[in-house]
Design a protein around this ligand. Structure first.
Ligand SMILES: Cc1cc2nc3c(=O)[nH]c(=O)nc-3n(C[C@H](O)[C@H](O)[C@H](O)COP(=O)(O)O)c2cc1C
Length: 290
């Protein structure tokens, strides 16, 4: 039997699909951007069941995850997740606004209202997973903190749509990350951790090796998240990254992770302007053809 939540979720997805309907004549496959509830590997009830079984099986902190765009019914699911034993909640704001009448300020306001509602519902820590595509990222980060969020997860990695030009279909493809995605995150970790207090920072996107993790920690990450490397190498990747960090700290005479954390952020690195300026003139002069 379908739960009330599933019915609501489907209704919200249908509402999203109908948003695309106006352009359907011009682009018949537009609705393929939106996954149906049945396409998720775990429905909401199975997700809660899995959370409960993980809670029973391991003695580790569990961070549950919700994806959303606005303050719809699905936010109430956060409470069920907390009751099922999650130690913290990560809200992934998967927001690709396609309405020309919606301004950046409205998008930010919508996001802040979600954080406000979550904070008023939950006692557990809340982290907000964002994309980098906000005009004044630091200002928004401060506002998210002031609404009561405990941390940021940077950055969301949107799955890009691709086209099959023979079949005229929009394809959704799962592309795993590479370390090339890390520098964007390093820049913003360094800026956030150097200029803003009161938010715990997690990095997601491009962590494949101990060196990647060390760079993120130096720029100010409190934690690193790893997915693509796990998909390729299996769970052993975690132990390898962890051991690599321990070895590196010992070789370089660090006493603790805290000594490493933020040591290269904008407040502490020798030349912070490298993070803050898009100084490509210098880069162009230094280019040499291979
Ligand atoms: C198979 C797969 C499933 C994912 N599912 C989710 C998800 O349900 N919610 C979410 O916020 N991110 C999800 N992500 C994104 C990851 O959490 C992560 O942010 C992204 O893969 C970048 O990290 P990586 O470079 O370590 O892969 C998924 C990624 C992959 C590869």
């Amino acid at each position: 039997m379908r739960s009330l939540f599933e019915e609501q979720l489907e209704a919200e997805q249908l509402a999203t699909v109908s948003h695309f309907e106006g352009i359907e004549d011009a682009f018949a496959e537009a609705h393929t951007y939106v996954p149906a509830a049945s396409e998720f590997a775990l429905g909401p009830d199975e997700y809660l069941d899995q959370l409960l079984s993980i809670r029973e099986a391991v003695d580790l902190p569990i961070i549950a995850s919700l994806n959303g765009v606005d303050g719809g019914y699905w936010l109430q699911y956060a409470q069920l997740i907390a009751e099922a034993g999650a130690d913290a909640l990560e809200l992934n704001v998967f927001d690709i606004e396609t309405d020309p009448d919606i301004s950046g300020a409205q998008i930010e306001e919508r996001l802040l209202q979600m954080v406000h509602r979550l904070r008023s519902q939950l006692r557990i820590p809340i982290a907000i997973k964002l994309s980098p595509f906000y005009a004044a990222f630091l200002n928004l980060a401060a506002a998210i903190r002031d609404e009561g969020a405990d941390g940021l997860v940077i950055f969301n990695r949107f799955f890009q749509a691709d086209l099959d030009i023979e079949e005229l279909e929009v394809e959704r493809q799962l592309r795993l990350s590479t370390p090339n995605e890390l520098p964007l995150r390093l820049r913003w970790l360094a800026i956030l951790s150097g200029k803003l207090d009161g938010l715990s920072l997690a990095v997601t996107g491009g962590i494949h090796t101990p060196e990647d993790a060390i760079k993120a920690l130096m720029c100010g990450a409190d934690t690193v998240q790893v997915v693509s490397a796990l998909m390729v190498q299996g769970p052993a990747a975690l132990a390898d990254i962890r051991q690599g960090i321990v070895d590196w700290l010992e070789e370089h005479d660090y006493d603790s992770l805290d000594q490493l954390r933020g040591s290269m952020n904008v407040a502490r690195c020798p030349d912070p302007s490298i993070y803050e300026r898009a100084n490509y003139i210098h880069l162009l002069h230094s280019f040499r053809r291979a």
